[in-house]
Ligand binder design. Sequence first.
Ligand code: FE2
Ligand code: FE2
Length: 240
Amino acid sequence: MSQSKVSQSKESLLASRVGELVANDFRTAHLFSQYGIDFCCGGGITLERAIKRFDADEAALLEALMAFETEGDKQQGLEQLPLPDLLNYIESTHHTFVREKAPLLIEYSEKMVRAHGENHNEIKPLAGWIRALVDDLMPHLMKEERILFPAILGLHNQVEMQNCFGHIGNPINAMQYEHDDALQIFEKIRELTNGLVPPAHACTTWRVCYASLAEFEADLKQHIYLENNILFPKALALTA
Ligand SMILES: [Fe+2]
Ligand SMILES: [Fe+2]
C-alpha cells in the first residue's frame, strides 16, 4: 500500500463517526472497548474527537483499525441485514454468548470468594455484582425472545398480533432501561476492579475472571449497541 493511500485511509478513519465504524464492522467494538472509547452511547462523535476525549493512543488504534481493513474478511455490515436476519443474528450470536459465559463468570467469582474473599475487600462485592448482572440479563433475554422479538417480526410481516403491551415503543423503552442498568453494573465492576486490571499477586482464576469480564463487557456493549441503535429504530420505523 502506498504512503498516500495509508494517510488517506487514516484521515477518513479519523473523520468517521465511532458508531458508524462499529455498525460497519463489529470487530471494532472490541477494539474500542480495549482503548476505553465509549461506542455505545457516545458513538455519535468522530474517531478523532473520541481519541482526544478518552485519551486513547491514536497511532496504535489507527494501526489496529487499518489491520482490520487489510485483512479482507470484514464482517458484513449488520445495518443492511433484513430484520428477520438481524433478529436471528442477535439471538444466535449475543444471546448464546451470554448464556454460555454467564455461568463461567459466576463460577470464577465464587471460586475467588472462597480463596481470597476474606483477605481482599473487593472480591465479595464483585461476586455480588456479577450475580446481579446475570440475574438481570437472563430474564431480559427471555423477554426479548418471547415478547419483543416476535412482536417486531409480526410488524415486519404485517401480521396482526394480540399483545398486552400496546405500542411496540413500550417494550422497547423497557428493554433500553434494562440495557442501561446492565451497563451501570459494569461501571460498578470497573470501579471495584481497577478497570479490570488484576493486581500483581492475582492468581490464575482471578486473572481469567477479569479477562472474561472484559470479553463479556465488550460483547454486551456490541449487543446493546445493535439493539438500541439498529434494531429498535428499524422496528419503530415500521409503526411510523
Ligand atoms: Fe438482546
Ligand atoms: Fe437487550
